[in-house]
Design a protein around this ligand. Structure first.
Ligand code: HEC
Length: 223
């Protein structure tokens, strides 16, 4: 019985001692922290673009290590990104062209190329009619036989009086535009015998064409 009575008192004493010890600890910690507070404020870090007397080029910013590639920008697929295979203009598309790709290509072509090249690619678009240098017709033999990679290069880097469109047109869309230009070239010289029989019958009967495919084919898209 006497033990059970004394026990709470003993516990209180222990608790008080513990509290005292932690107060001392907090005080010591606070004193210690305030001691190095100023040091941390004056740390040796540089603000962006600040000059530096430490490096010989006078700049605190260090150049990127040679060969550094930003995440998502490793463009080692030259077929896709440059239209080249073994250093030569590619003769094939880097991804399969679906009907949806062709439709998207037509839409992009109508937006970006028709002002100069015209809807059917003769090179007499509205801007040309207003005095801009005559744009090339896609229907001359040289361009009909030019590899697809050549068109990619012209679109990406410009050609003579034609500005480049790499900033405006993402990589995938450039390929889709080329697919549509190929369709324009084919249809320009096509005859009735090139049209599949059932399609020819449909045209003759005057029935409307089938609705174009939904979606944009290859998703994602490279910039
Ligand atoms: C602002 C007007 C303009 C626009 C827009 C334009 N082009 Fe051109 N393009 C030209 C002119 C002008 C030439 C002829 C350049 C020259 O001979 O100096 C040309 C030439 C070309 C050629 C032929 C190059 C050769 O070897 O003769 C291709 C291919 C071509 N353009 C593709 C395109 C495509 C694809 C687009 C749309 C993404 C486009 N162009 C948009 C003005 C334009």
């Amino acid at each position: 019985m006497s033990i059970t009575r004394r026990q709470p008192a003993a516990l209180d004493f222990a608790r008080a001692r513990k509290a005292g010890r932690s107060a001392v600890l907090v005080f010591a910690l606070a004193a210690g922290l305030s001691g190095c507070r100023q040091d941390m404020h004056d740390g040796p870090g540089y603000r962006p673009y600040r000059s530096s007397a430490f490096y010989s080029d006078g700049s605190s910013a260090r150049p990127l290590v040679e060969g550094t590639v930003a995440r998502g920008f490793l463009r080692d697929d030259t077929h896709l990104y440059e239209g080249k295979v073994n250093g030569q203009p590619a003769t094939s598309f880097p991804f399969p062209i679906t009907r949806a790709d062709l439709d998207r290509g037509q839409a992009r072509y109508d937006i970006y190329c028709t002002p100069c090249h015209g809807r059917t690619g003769e090179g007499n678009g509205m801007v040309v009619q207003r005095g801009y240098k005559t744009a090339a017709s896609y229907h001359i033999d040289r361009l009909r036989t030019a590899p697809v990679g050549y068109f990619f290069d012209v679109m990406s880097n410009g050609f003579g009086a034609m500005p480049d469109y790499k900033a405006q047109i993402p990589v995938d869309d450039r390929w889709r535009i080329i697919a549509y230009i190929r369709a324009l070239q084919l249809t320009h010289n096509a005859t009735a015998s090139d049209v599949p029989a059932d399609e020819l019958n449909r045209i003759k009967s005057g029935a409307p064409a089938a609705a174009p495919a939904e979606g944009h084919g290859r998703s994602g898209g490279q910039q």
